[in-house]
Write a new protein. Sequence first.
Length: 342
Amino acid sequence: MRYAARRLLAVLPVLFVLVTIVFLVMRWLPGSPASTLAAAGAGSASSSQVAASESQIQSALGLNHPVLVQYGRFLWQLVHMDLGTSFFGDNSVLGLLGQALPATVELTIAAMLLAAVIGAVTGILAAWRKDSPLDVVIRSCATVSFSLPWFALGVLGIVIFGVQLKLLPTIGRMPTSLNYTPTTGFVLLDAILQDRPELVWPWLQHLILPATTLALSMAGYITRTVRAAVLEVRGDDFVRTARMKGLTERAIIVRHILRNASLPIVTVLGLQFGSLLGGALITEVVFSYPGVGALLVNAVLERDYPVVQGAALAIAALYTLVNVGVDLLYLILDPRLRKGVA
């Protein structure tokens, strides 16, 4: 528990540096929310009227103050757990994140589980049939899968399964015809709480393509990592001893090889979670999936500073918390590591 507390405290400086960088970069980029808002409401107004309106909007948003003053106000709000309100629509940033974050978490977890299953199974098969035609095919497919960019896989999936075969929906998180009022924001949990099993299948249909797009890009890397880890452990003395005792190959893989090869695999899964979050930004835009990624991209285009800062903070917090969870999982998988954290 002390180790977990120390690791969680170490997250705070990381988040502080990140939000500071995001704060400064957004104000360094050309364009401003005031000019966007003024142009949107300009209509047939003259350029001088648009300039006057932009000045008024900038003053109303507090953007006419020096950057250090704006930064001080931002930190004061952050200390009080207030991420501010959106410049476009005057919605609470916490409220927007509360609507978008469950969709991103669902997508990331689904992609992570799918990638882990595919990568583990193919990696074990490739290691167990080392240098066989099956091993060559698996390694070749793995190389192709993690070499293709997310947006290419997403567009390919839309064309094949959405347009040509018409098997899966390609846009959104739920059908527009389905009346769904979130309770927690997590569809599967809401289906249980609201006693509405009819929500599950439409949700899964919309989740398959974006989750598979993310999973395939990551599964190839996991395959190669699992294969290397299994091959390294497979040649150890304790594996030969277990085989001499008459244990079945399945028992040897599950009880001995996978357990001892789990540390590098867990490391890869933890690191790739950050890649999944980055891929979710692109995937959510491609599939019009209403998650934090789509929210962040739209906010960057509109120069909606509070939303960009809040979304970046949420993504960074997720990633760092997963890394802390991976570190704690190390202690469970390998008791030898517990001696150094007491």
